[in-house]
Write a protein that binds this ligand. Structure first.
Ligand SMILES: O=P(O)(O)OC[C@H]1O[C@H](OP(=O)(O)OP(=O)(O)O)[C@H](O)[C@@H]1O
Ligand SMILES: O=C(O)c1cc(=O)[nH]c(=O)[nH]1
Length: 204
């Protein structure tokens, strides 16, 4: 995807294209910009022969818009906020909130710290303080073991929010779905790793 030629045309097209078309474009962007093969250590400590750098998509002008539109459409009607563990989820929650505002849907973005802020507010959660029981959906760029997003769920619940669902851009199919099922959480992913790898091979 050329980002500097006819950028405004491309953004306008993404703003109005059908969700199925932008899903296909987002898949191609993941393959072209985020997917790499090699020797990687994951946050769980496991090794992997491939890696998805989700920030190449979520911090991309067109990528962020596509992510915002697709995830907003996947939120249940009652969702009033989206949250995720910093850093991967930060641009995602903002994209969904901003696209929501353009669609006249108020979705508050929340950022969950990995550790409490060590000074000042001492906060774990950044963003508006919402009423207890507010329905919040946890968003994630990549789910491997599922532990990172689960940490966000637990932290949000401790703060009094109602969290029943995790949505990820990519499911690496390495135990996350099973973990969430065990914990009684609904889980959806926009893409599985199998779909990304198949498309990556087609484009290579
Ligand atoms: O499902 P899991 O096994 O928990 O792995 C997935 C997590 O790993 C990545 O974050 P990372 O720990 O690399 O941190 P970052 O977002 O701060 O870069 C990714 O953004 C997920 O949050
Ligand atoms: O498990 C991880 O840490 C992980 C895998 C991956 O493909 N991408 C990522 O950002 N994190």
């Amino acid at each position: 995807m050329a980002i500097f030629s006819s950028q405004s045309d491309s953004l306008a097209a993404i703003a109005t294209a059908s969700l199925s078309i932008i899903r296909q474009q987002l898949l191609d962007l993941f393959c072209q910009s985020a997917y790499r093969e090699g020797d990687f250590v994951l946050s769980s400590g496991q090794r992997s022969t491939y890696y998805i750098n989700g920030k190449q998509v979520t911090l991309h002008p067109q990528g962020a818009l596509m992510v915002g539109r697709i995830l907003l459409a996947m939120l249940p009607e009652e969702a009033q906020a989206v949250a995720g563990l910093t850093l991967g989820a930060d641009p995602i929650v903002m994209a969904v909130s901003v696209v929501g505002a353009y669609e006249k849907r108020a979705i508050a973005p929340l950022i969950v710290r990995k550790e409490a802020k060590g000074h000042g507010t001492q906060a774990y959660i950044e963003g508006l303080t919402l009423p207890a029981g507010t329905p919040v959906v946890v968003l994630e760029d990549v789910v491997t073991t599922g532990q990172s997003a689960l940490k966000a769920v637990e932290r949000l619940r401790l703060a009094g929010y109602q969290v029943e669902q995790v949505i990820s851009l990519v499911d690496r199919q390495q135990g996350g779905a099973e973990l969430y099922q065990e914990k009684g959480l609904q889980f959806q992913a926009v893409f599985t790793i199998a779909e990304i790898q198949q498309r990556w091979r087609e484009l290579s």
